[in-house]
Design a protein around this ligand. Structure first.
Ligand code: C5P
Length: 222
């Protein structure tokens, strides 16, 4: 049987737009490695907060970043970042991290620090026998993989997004994070030209995955 083509799928969108559930669904259906780059920004934010390093461009930030050794741990289809051997847990989803992450993510030094690491996940996916990777974030289709086989931009109405987070039992500063993420200078959250725009407000998760799978299927043997 012909081997499917190795696919890179980029999924961007605001907080709680449905990126993680969609990415997980696609990763299972097509055996793609799932990479949640939001967790990278969350994990580095937590480490910098713990080290008492403020979200400002200065020597302390540069030195702090240099002290972080990044690697990857695979669990099922999920690729998790590890920092100096630490595998991030639920602590990266705390209110404290929600409140601070966008300020750290706006720092060009942190984005540059994570850039090569994010791109290196392609090789990790190949080495681990995946059919490709699905990477979610804010700048995947615009900065990290502008040549991805598929670039999706997910949108959902603010009320729907708040409802999703409430259902998950999570207090999140969705609108505040989106505002900071879309107005920052470095790699802002924006709809990348040529990406496929999907409004998930009125769709169930199954419908979103079904719709996107119909786009992915023909790409696999193209
Ligand atoms: O995806 P999630 O909501 O967990 O992301 C947390 C934060 O990480 C975002 O609000 C954003 O500030 C930052 N982020 C980013 N670029 C990415 C992924 C996440 O700036 N590619």
């Amino acid at each position: 049987m012909t081997q499917p083509k190795f696919l890179i799928i980029a999924i961007d969108g605001g907080a709680a737009a449905g990126k993680s559930s969609t990415s997980r669904g696609l990763s299972e259906r097509f055996h793609l490695m799932h990479v949640d780059t939001g967790s990278f920004y969350r994990a580095t934010t937590l480490k910098l907060l713990e080290a008492g390093i403020a979200p400002t461009t200065d020597y302390a930030l540069v030195a702090g970043l240099q002290s972080l050794q990044l690697d990857t741990a695979i669990s099922g289809n999920n690729a998790s970042i590890t920092i100096n051997g630490w595998v991030p847990d639920e602590s990266i989803r705390s209110q404290k991290v929600n409140d601070n992450v966008s300020h750290y993510a706006a720092l060009p030094e942190l984005r540059a620090f994570l850039l090569d690491y994010q791109r290196s996940q392609v090789q990790v996916a190949r080495d681990n026998g995946f059919n490709g990777l699905v990477m979610e974030g804010r700048d995947i289709g615009s900065v990290i993989f502008p040549d991805a086989n598929l670039r999706l931009f997910l949108h959902a109405d603010p009320e729907k997004r708040a409802m999703r987070r409430a259902k998950e039992g999570i207090t999140d500063s969705i609108e505040k994070r989106d505002r900071i993420d879309s107005t920052r200078k470095a790699a802002p959250l924006q709809y990348p030209d040529g990406a496929i725009f999907l409004d998930t407000s009125e769709l169930s998760l199954e419908e979103v995955i079904e719709n996107v799978s119909k786009i992915v299927e023909p790409l696999r043997f193209a």
